[in-house]
Design a protein around this ligand. Sequence first.
Ligand code: FRU
Length: 492
Amino acid sequence: MISEILLRARQYESENEYLADKHRPEFHATGTIGWINDPNGFSVYKGEYHLFYQYHPYSTQWGPMHWGHMKTKDFIKWERLPVAIAPDCDYDKDGCYSGSAIELPDGRQLLMYTGVVKETHEDGSVEEFQHQCIAIGDGINYEKIDNNPVLDIKDIPDGGDIHDFRDPKIWKDGEDYYAVIGNRACDGSGSIPMYTSKDGILWSYVKTIDTCNNRYGSMWECPDFFELDNKQILVVSPMDMEAEGLEFHGGHGVVVIGGLYDKQNHDFKREWVQACDYGIDFYAPQTLLALDGRRIMIGWMRNWETTNLRPDNCPIFGSMTIPRELTVIENRLYINPVKEIEKYRNNLVHYENVEVKEPIQLNGISGRIFDMTVSVTSETQDDYSFFRMVLGKDEKHGASIIYRPKENTVTFDRTLASKRFDTLNCRSFYVNNHDGKIKLRIIMDKDSIELFVNDGEAVATFLIYNDISADGIEFEADKKVYIDVAHYTFDF
Ligand code: FRU
């Protein structure tokens, strides 16, 4: 049955979709209209890749959460589908928060999400309760099941916080379903309880697979847990992260915890911890196992720290990153854009061994929608102190990406490509020094810049807010360096 609330949302989006079109990124997934945040239910269904998202169609601000819906065959071209679920039951009346999806053996699709209920007390204070719910459907329409909620306060392990219990990520191993969920332990910081089920409907607690102990932020949102290249990866999105040097940045971050997993005893042992993305505009990613065995991640290309930063008069807020392929190499997660983007690339402009010192621009190297790789070398490793590239450049504006080989850092700075008011604009991170060489691949789609360093060693995602007509690209160094540039535009 399609409720009035869902019907209204579907009608609203089909009547207003056109408003968003001229503001849409060219090839990044966006909501139909209004606000989006986290990717949800990123999964395979009937041979296609489905993506749901936290969605408030009626305005460009966060509001009672629905799940928007789209699908793709190749991670680049998205087909819009009608809103999947709406906050229309007593157990989710204040929002259908983040969750995940899986195909059932009988061919139906199961969505597992967090239902939210807010209770207002006599003194006016509001208490929020979160519990896990199920909706099952055919890839377009979903029925919420009678047993909802399937996990609630009584299923939270001892000491776990009863208000923060959200964002289930489901998977199947053999005959059994599992889900990890974000919760807070009694010290107020994150913990990840795991649950199991035989049918995806009746769930029981197994074990808490990891806890924050106040080291990486406070509440851990949006967990994901998967095997990759003989390692086990836990991804969490901590709130209130405290920076540790340049490795993690403050605020809302995304942390990758790599290790080994003993499936029999459900013991997860950490081996390393790294930041997932060193940029500003990245949060709450989710992964799927693609049909060809690749582990693909997609993230919200925004962050709660900077939601006030937005283009003027734009009827949509939020988009997703380009889907990214993950691999583990020597206890580090490497992250690269999906290879499918390459089949849309065209118009290669290629330069080799161009000498750079004073600021220069190169013929044919410009734009706001491109895939460009710049490889920098110098005669000897300590020849130069910085190499700078400016993107989205006009006379007054531009976003800089600066490599400092002596410090082994990359910095990006959007101060001159942001809004007039002071805001979070710069970040730096460490990269490995390959004899003073560096490879910078940039995927730009109008306002977004995704920077992949040294074939996925580090990634930084950030948006810029200057006029789209500022499309210059400039290179500069303090001493002589040589660059190779491969610049493609796209045919979609
Ligand atoms: C993360 C998050 C989730 C929650 C959702 C609500 O960005 O806060 O924990 O489910 O957003 O929209």
